[in-house]
Design a protein around this ligand. Structure first.
Ligand code: PLP
Length: 306
């Protein structure tokens, strides 16, 4: 089926969605009340950024999205090349230079009364909206205070965390824990009490010059991967292994990684200032993260005239 051409009307200015084969204004992008994506969180998604007119690491996000679809036994009616074109179309129609671009596949609506997921027609959606930061730039300057919640991330044996998913009740409740304590955001732990991840980000710490992050039980974030690759490039010692909460409380520096902002320094853990904010290692990684956006290998420029 040929793809429709991305529209060029004022109705799309500031954002555009693609739902069930057509570009639609954001206000018209809706899913059915009976879609299992809503009633069972039976969906997968991915989010890629556009920065200064170019997608960053789009190939890596597409690869992760198609891997997630396979693991979830979901299918979209588009090839990889078509999906790329749809995402470009949403950004182009929205006229966005810096954007948050999501692709979503839900199980869909099985025939009335049926409880067999194989009978559902999977649904595909995408949208581009202005860039979303995990924490506002003002808060980043002021210093993010991270609450380490003792809530456990849903077990990896139950929900594969490498599939980007909407099983966020644990993460959202940990945010309430954080706000109740006057903190800015939160992360959760695994069943062994090791630091897992937070609502939309992976967590890193630095101790005596070595960078540490969880080995498993978390989403393999594309920004996490970028930070890992940058540690290798910059010759920073790196240890990918379980991170006990006590080790993180004794860290020199802590930072988060997310498509929503890249490498974000943490100033305090549960109200206690970290010794270095932003620390020297985090600062180098932040600079290297943004510099990488200029490398041709990771850029996929949007053609706004197409
Ligand atoms: N962990 C979770 C639970 C997430 O939802 C996200 C992103 O939304 C991340 C980690 C970071 O992943 P990425 O760097 O690909 O944005």
């Amino acid at each position: 089926m040929p793809l429709p051409t991305a529209p060029a009307t004022a109705a799309f200015e500031g954002g555009c969605a693609f739902a069930d084969g057509a570009y639609v204004p954001l206000s018209e992008a809706k899913i059915s009340l009976f879609d299992w994506g809503f009633t069972r969180s039976d969906a997968t998604y991915d989010v890629v950024s556009v920065w200064q007119g170019a997608f960053f690491r789009l190939d890596d996000h597409l690869t992760r999205f198609f891997a997630s679809l396979d693991k979830m036994r979901l299918q979209i009616p588009h090839t990889r090349a078509e999906l790329r074109e749809i995402l470009h179309g949403c950004v182009r129609a929205g006229g966005l230079q810096d954007a948050y671009v999501a692709m979503v596949c839900t199980r869909g609506v099985p025939p009335r009364g049926a409880r067999d997921p194989r009978l559902a027609q999977n649904r595909f959606y995408a949208y581009a909206v202005p860039f979303v930061w995990i924490a506002s730039r003002e808060k980043q300057r002021e210093g993010i205070d991270l609450h380490i919640s003792l809530r456990q991330r849903i077990a990896p044996a139950s929900v594969d965390p490498t599939v980007k998913n909407y099983h966020w009740i644990d993460l959202v409740q940990s945010l309430f824990d954080a706000y109740d304590r006057g903190r800015d955001t939160s992360c959760v732990v695994d069943a062994d009490g090791h630091v897992a991840e937070g609502p939309g980000f992976n967590v890193f710490m630095v101790k005596d010059g070595t960078v540490h992050t969880a080995a498993s039980g978390v989403l393999e974030g594309v920004s996490r991967r970028t930070a890992i690759e940058l540690c290798e490039r910059l010759g920073l010692p790196l240890r990918i292994a379980p991170v006990p909460v006590e080790a993180m409380r004794a860290a020199d520096e802590v930072f988060l990684t997310s498509t929503g902002g890249g490498v974000l320094p943490i100033a305090k853990l549960d109200g206690v200032p970290l010794p270095q904010f932003p620390g020297p290692v985090t600062s180098r990684l932040i600079d290297a993260y943004w510099a990488m956006h200029d490398e041709a290998a990771y850029r996929d420029p949007v053609d706004y005239r197409a």
